[in-house]
Write a protein that binds this ligand. Structure first.
Ligand code: CDP
Ligand code: MG
Length: 744
């Protein structure tokens, strides 16, 4: 009877959450097995609160003294070697049963689209199967990931499974970090890195298989890769292409790759009960935390996964959770908080994958990294506030920003599914799924395209408008990219890549930043420019801001030491780096000056790499630390399109665009008396459009450095502009197709 009800229930959960691929009997057995552990968990919790005694055993877990059987089992399990355990675990993955079938299909089909539930083993197993089948004798297996952290963690997992040192047979490559060697045959990398490899090795001759993984994420680089590898398949019949995805967009992928064969890996998925909030919540983060405790107090053991928008929110949540634990007298052994986001230091990343000790549960605070890119075992509950951060780009104004955006229905399903991987799960949604859009707009339609257009040009793709995009970007976004690259001197009047453009491409940074570096040759300050570029590329803040008011005050004073004479943010960053270098890269110095030593070490590492690239393109490493004008001009050589002029009301106006912008409160110039003209690194949109990292400049430099871009009348004070000038090229009259992007 129960069995029947279970069958009905699994059916009722519909397409997203059925136990697809299992017979009814199998699903039932799984369910029973799961229930047994649930009961055990519940018993545990009750006993804990009844004051049962626990002892700490030497294996590091909490074990009940009274439960001999379980203790024995526990020992038993752990007496196996890591390799044995891994092998067993590997063989239990859903993909295992389809290994031979998969290999046969890959052999027979040059392009294969593989769809499989997240966690079924696509990323970690397929490359290993290919290796076992001998593909690595012909070349490397390359597997792309949209996220750095996924590339790193998956590579380290696979290295562990194979019992090899990471960076030897199995390695990864992400921007500014290459953990591979001559031995590497299984190479995980970000999609952006494979794009860069194409520049050096256009036919990817050293690879026998390319697996474009997480294809459903539709990142900008992945979309560009689609077009390039599709082409490559024609000239390299021996190359195998695997496009793998967690969702059902497979049909679209297949059509794009000339009706490529689709293979669905039957996944295991348990029913997920979904709860949702009917009322809009005032404070979502608070509600999320309250939900976590509600689960903790009323539900059987099992880990909780909370989806948050970014590092900042995760840190806030961590603080709130800890405070509430104190309030509720929750034992610190009961809840183990594990944050996971892309900038989390590597040594802390491992913690999230470690099983929670017996009697406790992990609360994983994750960005949408945990949606499909990485799988954390043991999750039984998902708390989903329903937001993520997405970048958006307005080709009209050149404004780029990260916006907190409601997720799509597809994402909501993925997130919920994370709770039903190893047993029936529960998902607590703090929104109504009806309000969501079906899918997310692909990044190519909401991104700044300057960098990829330059890459395409270098690969000899002259007509970027006719590039084989799976979903084409708005025409004016392509135009804007071409205009910018032309203004920077990376493309010539015919739209062909210049020598300068080729040199810029050597640097794995955005075109304006690479122009700043390459252009500094003229001002004899390449050393300063790579320092500034490195400091801007760490992905983390340099200055440490404590939470307490008094400490905050001291930190601000320490920071302003680097800003004497109102030098601006770029030069302040340069001073920070140089002072740190003078102390022989001392962490103590960082601590005393409220500087994040981790960011500094990363900056040093990036700077070393940029120095190497300078040498490669034959630019001498020169230093000119006292000529601030030269340094500012070099910055302007790359960032001249980002100029702004003070208005009467204290706001700024972009020189070439009718757009009002403000100095970001984090700028060292925020409290200084305002400078009339400035250049900024980037715009960020929060409550207003803010300029971040700014430096004062002289308007005549604009004419000196970019005479093709600025005219005298742009910098003349008296003559107000009557009409908006948008016509740098006649082509910019193409209609505004930006509407597609606007969904926020
Ligand atoms: O790619 P897909 O989502 O199909 O699965 P996968 O990433 O290959 O993960 C297969 C299994 O490997 C997961 O169930 C995790 O248990 C494990 N894994 C892990 O423990 N640590 C990682 N860094 C990655 C995967
Ligand atoms: Mg995967």
């Amino acid at each position: 009877d129960q069995k029947k009800r279970f069958a009905v229930a699994t059916q009722r959960y519909g397409e997203g959450s059925s136990t697809r691929g299992m017979t009814e009997q199998e699903a039932w057995e799984n369910h029973q097995a799961q229930k047994a552990t649930v009961r055990f968990g519940a018993k545990n919790k009750k006993q804990a609160s009844d004051g049962y005694e626990f002892v700490f055993d030497d294996l590091g877990g909490f074990v009940e003294t009274s439960n001999e059987v379980e203790t024995e089992k526990h020992r038993d399990r752990d007496s196996r070697t890591v390799a044995e355990k891994d092998k067993e675990e590997r063989n239990m993955l859903p993909i295992h049963a389809y290994r031979d079938e998969l290999l046969k299909l890959i052999e027979e089909n040059q392009v294969l689209v593989i769809v499989g539930e997240t966690g079924s083993g696509k990323t970690t197993q397929i490359p290993q199967y290919l290796r076992e089948a001998g593909y690595t004798k012909r070349g490397k297996i390359g597997c792309t990931q949209p996220r750095r952290i996924a590339a790193m963690s998956v590579a380290s997992r696979v290295a562990q499974e194979l019992g090899v040192k990471l960076g030897h047979e199995v390695g990864y490559s992400i921007r500014f970090e290459d953990c591979t060697s001559d031995k590497t045959v299984l190479k995980y990398m970000t999609d952006g890195m494979l794009l860069r490899e194409l520049l050096i090795e256009p036919k990817l001759d050293s690879y026998s298989v390319i697996m474009v993984d997480e294809a459903h994420e539709r990142t900008l680089s992945t979309d560009i890769l689609f077009g390039l590898v599709k082409d490559l398949a024609n000239v390299r019949p021996d190359l195998r292409l695997i496009i793998s995805s967690a969702t059902l967009e497979a049909k679209k992928f297949s059509e794009y790759f000339d009706s490529a064969r689709i293979y669905m890996i039957p996944g295991r998925r348990y029913p997920v009960e979904k709860f949702f909030n009917k009322l809009p919540e005032a404070d979502l983060l608070d509600t999320a935390i309250r939900t976590v405790f509600q689960i903790h107090e009323t539900e059987p053991l099992g880990d909780i996964l909370v989806f948050l928008t970014g590092q900042e929110e995760i840190e806030k949540a961590e603080t709130k959770l800890k405070l509430r634990m104190i309030d509720l007298r929750t034992k610190s052994s009961e809840i183990i908080i594990c944050p996971i986001y892309s900038n989390l230091p590597t040594e802390l990343q491992a913690k999230v994958f470690e099983p929670a000790p017996k009697g406790s549960r992990k609360v994983v605070l994750a960005t949408n990294i945990a949606e499909t890119s990485i799988t954390i075992d043991g999750i039984r509950y998902v708390v989903d506030p329903g937001y993520c951060k997405l970048n958006s780009y307005n080709p009209r104004t050149g404004m780029e920003s990260l916006l907190v955006t409601p997720i799509s229905k597809a994402s909501a399903e993925q997130r919920a599914g994370r709770s039903g991987r190893t047993g029936p799960g529960k998902c607590f949604r703090l929104y109504n799924v009806k309000d969501l859009e079906a899918t997310t707009v692909p990044e190519v339609q909401r991104a700044n395209l300057a960098s990829v257009v330059l890459t395409l040009k270098s690969l000899g793709i002259e007509d970027v408008f006719n590039f084989d995009f799976m979903d084409p970007p708005p025409a004016n976004a392509l135009l804007k990219a071409l205009e910018l690259l032309y203004a920077l001197g990376a493309l010539d009047g015919k739209g062909e890549i210049t020598k300068l453009g080729e040199r810029m491409l050597e640097f794995p940074v955005d075109p304006m930043l690479s122009k700043m570096i390459v252009g500094s040759e003229r001002y004899k300050c390449s050393g300063e420019m790579i320092t500034i570029a490195a400091m801007l590329s760490t992905g983390n803040s340099i200055f440490y801001r404590p939470r307490q008011v008094r400490e905050e005050y001291l930190a601000d004073i320490a920071r302003m030491n680097f800003y004497t004479e109102n030098v601006g943010d770029h030069i302040a960053l340069l001073r920070v780096y140089n002072s740190w270098k003078e102390t022989n890269y001392s962490s103590q110095w960082c601590y005393e000056n409220y500087i994040q030593s981790k960011s500094m070490r990363r900056a040093r590492d990036i700077r070393d790499q940029l120095a190497g690239l300078l040498e490669k393109i034959g630019v001498e490493l020169t230093s000119n630390p006292n000529d601030l004008d030269a340094i500012k001009k070099a910055i302007l050589a790359g960032f001249f399109p980002h100029s702004a002029k003070l208005q009467k009301d204290g706001s700024y106006r972009r020189v070439k665009e009718p757009q009002t912008v403000y100095v970001h409160p984090s700028s060292g110039l925020f409290t200084a008396s305002p400078c009339k003209w400035l250049v900024y690194h980037e715009l960020v949109l929060t409550t207003k459009e803010y300029m971040r990292h700014i430096t004062e400049m002289k308007p005549e430099w604009l004419i000196e450095i970019a005479p093709h871009y600025y005219e005298l009348k742009d910098i003349e004070e008296a003559r107000p502009k009557k009409t908006q000038r948008s016509g740098r090229s006649p082509m910019s009259k193409v209609g505004d197709t930006n509407k597609k992007v606007k969904r926020y």
